[in-house]
Design a protein around this ligand. Structure first.
Ligand SMILES: C[S@@+](CC[C@H](N)C(=O)[O-])C[C@H]1O[C@@H](n2cnc3c(N)ncnc32)[C@H](O)[C@@H]1O
Length: 417
């Protein structure tokens, strides 16, 4: 006889062994261990076997390499998914999570951080549907959006517990509070209606991958999670994003930080893929003119400190006889590469410091203030507050900057030709 959800051989079975969390009365459990056909032989499975089995039972990544790594015995067959509404402050979040994951969530969520007030607005874009836009100039590093998800679900599930995938999605959304649900159903559905029902279409088009605490499994992708948001799901994608999002399980909120200064009116765009790990051509093929992008990235990768400082050093060694405009053009081109690719790591600050130096040397107040301002934004976002204070002093009193007027001074040296 098949055992019920809450019964084990020795009596009551609790899916919450480590804490005394009792399941809510309206929890619905999708335990797959009691009725899933066990694989006939031990893993590793061949890709084909996995695919065939997966077509019927599992929603795995379509990537065969990823799928091949999944050990279904450890993962899928022990899966204990529970529909459960979690209260985060006054907000109710509809979730479909594994019991083990539920156990790892804090019993009390910490208060979320406070974002910059009224930093973004949503409006129609010419070609991407609705998008988010900055309503004011935003400094790099600023927290501009905080949001509790409407739903969270594990993104791999075994579907042999008597519900179809469409029914699982429908159930997840049915559990969302009514007012939120109305708004969720207005989100963009980019999926072909003949393939997916509305709920699945909405979830597939709008969920963001988030990191939740999860037990270690052979293929972490199988313990990945997706979340649907009323607002953050309206952010459009760019491979050169100006914000990054991160999910904090302690407060159960998504936080969105600017990764560079954003001008008022600029669209807020994030990357649907993790650009730091997914820099392969394939991952970006559909999204960017790949060759130009590859070349830009190669140039950025090749940039060593010596390369960045070389043109200005050469100008200095040549007693200022070379063309400072060429040095400026070199740095502007590099900064433009980094802007397009959204890669603002180490050489970026070096380039903008060089630009500030060049403009100081040629006594160009506007250029100097603009680039010193950018350097200050970076210093502030990396909490280098002492450096930022000095920079502010130079922005206000440019002539106190050490290399101010260097070009003129070099020209006026008695040995200058
Ligand atoms: C998560 S939604 C983003 C919000 C959406 N624009 C809306 O109107 O609600 C994802 C959908 O937005 C559109 N989208 C997002 N980024 C895009 C981009 N860079 N270019 C074109 N369309 C984009 C696609 O239709 C995609 O399926």
């Amino acid at each position: 006889m098949r055992r019920g959800f809450l019964q084990s051989r020795d009596g009551l079975y609790s899916p919450y062994p480590t804490r005394n969390k009792k399941p809510d009365r309206d929890d619905r459990r999708l335990f797959s261990d009691s009725n899933a056909p066990p694989p006939t032989h031990a893993p590793p499975y061949t890709v084909k076997e996995l695919r065939d089995w997966g077509k019927k039972n599992v929603r795995l990544s379509d990537d065969p390499v990823m799928s091949a790594k999944v050990n279904l015995c450890e993962l899928g067959l022990n899966q204990r998914l529970v529909f459960r509404n979690i209260k985060v402050g006054a907000v109710e979040v509809s979730t479909l999570l594994d019991c083990a994951v539920l156990n790892m969530l804090p019993t009390r969520f910490s208060p979320p951080p406070t974002p910059l007030e009224n930093a973004i607005e949503f409006r129609q874009t010419p070609n991407k549907g609705i998008g988010a836009f900055a309503t004011q100039d935003i400094r790099g590093g600023v927290l501009l959006h905080v949001e509790i998800p409407a739903t969270v679900m594990q993104n791999t599930m075994i579907l042999d517990f008597g519900m179809t995938r469409a029914e699982v999605y429908r159930e997840l959304l049915r559990r969302v509070p009514e007012k939120t649900l109305h708004a969720l159903l207005l989100l963009k559905n980019s999926q072909p209606p003949e393939m997916y029902e509305l709920e699945e279409g909405i979830l597939r088009s709008n969920t963001l991958g988030i990191r939740m605490p999860a037990p270690s499994v052979p293929a972490p992708v199988a313990m990945g999670h997706n979340a649907l948001f009323l607002e953050a799901s309206r952010f459009n994608h760019s491979c050169s994003p100006n914000v990054v999002h991160r999910f904090d399980p302690q407060s159960f909120t998504l936080t969105v930080h600017a990764i560079r200064p954003i001008a008022r009116g600029e669209e807020i765009v994030h990357s649907y893929i993790d650009l730091t790990s997914t820099v392969t051509r394939d991952a970006r093929r559909a999204l960017l003119p790949v060759r130009a992008s590859d070349e830009r990235r190669q140039r950025i990768r090749d940039t060593k400190r010596e390369v960045v400082v070389a043109p200005l050093e050469a100008w200095y060694r040549g007693n200022g006889r070379g063309d400072l405009q060429k040095v400026i053009a070199f740095h502007l081109a590099a900064v433009e590469d980094m802007r397009i690719e959204g890669l603002y790591h180490h050489p970026y600050i070096l380039h903008i410091s060089m630009l500030a130096l060049c403009f100081a040397a040629s006594e160009d107040i506007r250029g100097f203030r603009s680039w010193m301002g950018k350097a200050r934004d970076v210093a502030l976002s990396s909490l280098a507050s002492d450096a930022a204070l000095d920079m502010l002093k130079y922005i206000v009193y440019p002539e106190t900057f050490p290399s101010w007027g260097l070009a003129r001074k070099m020209r006026n040296r008695p040995w200058a030709v």
